[in-house]
Design a protein around this ligand. Structure first.
Ligand SMILES: Cc1cc2nc3c(=O)[nH]c(=O)nc-3n(C[C@H](O)[C@H](O)[C@H](O)COP(=O)(O)O)c2cc1C
Length: 388
């Protein structure tokens, strides 16, 4: 077992083990990737205040997200195609999250189905919905998530249409990969991945195949999304979905103060300040830059979480100290999953937890609940002065 000291180590192993098309799928942003890059580089602009001679015994990173106990303020974000990064990927990631004591979110675009993940785990997970232009499918999938005991519905509001990632088109991204010469050549060097895939029956979109009619080719993500995703999703429809669900709701993909206010008005339990990991509107602000204005506007009315760009426990600390009640990680756990399955996701969570715990201590705080803006040094012009 190689010595893994940070998330970057997992990414290096992941790159060697996963087929190129799935590595590229995860490690890309839309168009020029400006927002994708800034999601991480903007975190680096914030500095931490070192404090000394404070009693550091009895520390804890435990807290709550939407009223649920969590070992640290981190949930696994919904990530499509995890079961292509590693055989049975969603089940493995959910198990790692469950053992660690953090929430796992299953994507609509997962390989393992809702029922499959529920059967192979014991803690309730969150379910992320993409709405299709098919009311029956939307109703059914909500009922399936209820029947599986999911404890929250995550409604993704920033993907009615798909931002373009050049590499996905060039690689012909599909699940499973098509038998082209380029794919055979690549897969011949990824034998451990291939062996895993041969041993599982889960190789298609488990929530979709067999549940939707009239789809020309569900294996091809971009054409399928263009054909079936509901471009008319608006606040009215969001409200209807919330009513249909009737339980805890998280609105994911809020990046603007006005939208945050609308989300609070519709009565969601939480929002995730997110630009989808830089995969949707290229040129949008990084999530961390938009966090403070959004918290200042709605933080007393609705729980605010953040994702996009988190690669370390220090990043989690910065978001929480700025006022987020929790965070989500996407790529940081995918690297672990693709590198070494469940053990890799566990390792990613351990790395982030240790970084959070030690950095919190070095900032002079013992509990995540004690973190506030006083531990941060934020550049004066961090949010920038922009004209509309
Ligand atoms: C490979 C990949 C697939 C994703 N699939 C989904 C998805 O199916 N549903 C969704 O709401 N968000 C999806 N996202 C966005 C993540 O939920 C999350 O917002 C993003 O990964 C956060 O940024 P980070 O990767 O920098 O942590 C995906 C992200 C990645 C990297």
């Amino acid at each position: 077992m190689p010595v893994i000291t940070n998330i970057e180590d997992l990414k290096r192993i992941y790159r060697r083990r996963a087929p190129k098309m799935f590595y590229d799928y995860a490690e890309s942003g839309s168009w020029t990737e400006q927002t994708f890059r800034e999601n991480t580089s903007d975190f680096e602009q914030i500095r931490l205040r070192q404090r000394v001679a404070v009693d550091m015994s009895g520390r804890s990173t435990a807290t709550q997200m939407i009223g649920q106990d969590v070992a640290m303020p981190v949930a696994l974000a919904p990530v499509g195609l995890c079961g292509m990064q590693h055989a049975d990927g969603e089940i493995l990631a959910a198990r790692a999250a469950e053992k660690f004591g953090v929430p796992f979110t299953l994507s609509t675009m997962s390989i393992c189905s809702i029922e499959d993940v529920a059967e192979n785990t014991s803690a309730p997970f969150w379910f992320q919905i993409y709405t299709l232009n098919d009311d029956e499918f939307n109703r059914n999938i909500i009922n399936r998530a209820k029947a599986a005991g999911c404890s929250a519905l995550v409604i993704t509001v920033d993907l009615q249409v798909l931002g373009q990632r050049h590499k996905d088109l060039k690689n012909g991204l599909s699940a499973p990969p098509k038998p082209t010469l380029a794919n055979w050549l690549d897969l011949s060097t990824k034998w451990a991945w291939g062996l895993g895939m041969l041993q599982t029956k889960r190789r298609e979109f488990g929530n979709i195949v067999g549940h939707v009619e009239g789809v020309s080719d569900p294996s091809s993500l971009s054409s399928w999304t263009a054909e079936k995703f509901d471009p008319s999703l608006d606040w009215d429809k969001v409200r209807k979905l919330m009513d249909m669900w009737g339980g805890k709701v998280i609105l994911k993909g809020i990046l603007d103060v006005e939208d945050a206010v609308r989300a609070a008005e519709v009565g969601a339990d939480a929002i995730v300040v997110s630009n989808h990991g830089g995969r949707q509107l290229d040129g949008a602000m990084s999530s961390i830059r938009m966090l403070r204005p959004i918290i200042d506007a709605v933080g007393d009315r609705i729980e605010v979480h953040l994702d996009s760009g988190i690669r370390s426990g220090q990043d989690v600390l910065k978001a929480v100290a700025m006022g987020a009640k929790g965070t989500m990680i996407g790529r940081a756990f995918v690297y672990g999953l693709g590198a070494m399955g469940e053990a890799g996701v566990t390792r990613a969570l351990e790395v982030i937890h240790r970084e959070l715990d030690v950095s919190m201590a070095l900032c002079g705080r013992r509990h995540v609940g004690d973190l506030d803006r006083d531990v941060l040094l934020i550049p004066e012009d961090f949010e920038g002065r922009w004209q509309r």
